[in-house]
Design a protein around this ligand. Sequence first.
Ligand code: SF4
Ligand code: SF4
Ligand code: SF4
Ligand code: SF4
Length: 294
Amino acid sequence: MTVTALIEDQLRARASALLSDGTVEVFLGYRQGSNPLRVAPFAARTPAEAERLVWNAVCVPNLAGALLKHAGRRVGVALKGCDARSVAQLLSQRQLDRERLHIIGVVCEGMADPEQLAAAVSGPVDELAEDGNELLLSVGEEISRHPQDGMLLAKCETCTSHIPELYDELIGEVTPAAAAAPVGDRLAGVRALEALDAPGRLAFWSEQLSKCTLCYACQTVCPLCFCKECSLTLPRDDPRRQTREPASVFSFHMMRAYHLAGRCTGCDECERVCPEDIPLSLICRKIEQDGRAQ
Ligand code: SF4
Ligand code: SF4
Ligand code: SF4
Ligand code: SF4
C-alpha cells in the first residue's frame, strides 16, 4: 500500500469515528474532483460520507478557506502543514474557535502540481496512480512514470512545515525527508526582482499586471481575506473594472498586499487560481521579506 493510500484509509476511519461519536458535526477534507488531477474541498456529514474522502498526490487546495465557511460548528479537518499555518493565523485573528476544531495533521512531503502533470502527457489523464516516489499517469492505453520530486508545487520545494505545527492528532510517517530542512530559497524570486533597477521592476510588474482582468479570484480564494465586504473590489459594472484600468489594477494589488502584511502565510492559493498566471506569490514573498526585516 502506498503512503497516501494508507493516510486515506486512516483519515476515513478517523473522520467516520469522529462523526459517529458526535465529536464533530462535519469533517472537512477532499473528494475526487472533475478529473484525476483535481480534488475539491469536501465536508462529510455522516460516517458513510466519510468514505468519499480522498488523500493523494494532488491534494493541493488550502482547506483553511473552506473551514471558515463552517465557523461556529464543531468541525474536524485534515490539514497539511501549510494549511495549518493558515488556520493558526485565522485563530490568532479570532476568526475560528479552537475549542470547536478537531485537527488531524497530515505529514506531507509535497504535493504535485496538476498543471505540470497535465503538461507532461499528450492527452487528458484517465488515471493517476502512485508507485513509491513515482506518479503514474494513464492516458488511454499508455502509462507514463514521473518522479514526484520533479513535479512538486513551487512552495513545496522550500517547505518548512512538512509536519504541521498545529494538530490534535497526527497521521502519516515522519520520515527523515519530512523532518529535513528545506534546500531551496523561498525568496529567490524576490531577490532576482530586487536586482533589477526601478524602471526594470516597473516594466516587469506593468507587463504582468496588464494581464489582470480584475476577476478577484485571488481575493476570493485567500483564506486571510476574510472581510465580509472587501473594500478594494469594484462592482462588475464599474467602468474601471470593465476597462481594466491600470491604476485600479495596481492599487488593488498594492492595497491587498498591505492588508495582508503580517497575515499572509505564503500558501500560494492566490497564484494557483489566477487564470492569467500572474506571479502573485512574488508580491506575498516581498511583503513577507520586508516584514521580517523590520
Ligand atoms: S508546502 Fe509543505 S505542507 Fe504544504 S503541500 Fe507543500 S510540502 Fe506539503
Ligand atoms: S495572499 Fe495568497 S499566499 Fe497569502 S494567504 Fe492569501 S492566498 Fe495565501
Ligand atoms: S483585500 Fe483587504 S479589504 Fe479585501 S478582503 Fe482582503 S483584507 Fe479585506
Ligand atoms: S486572479 Fe489574477 S486576473 Fe484575477 S484579479 Fe487576481 S491577479 Fe487579477
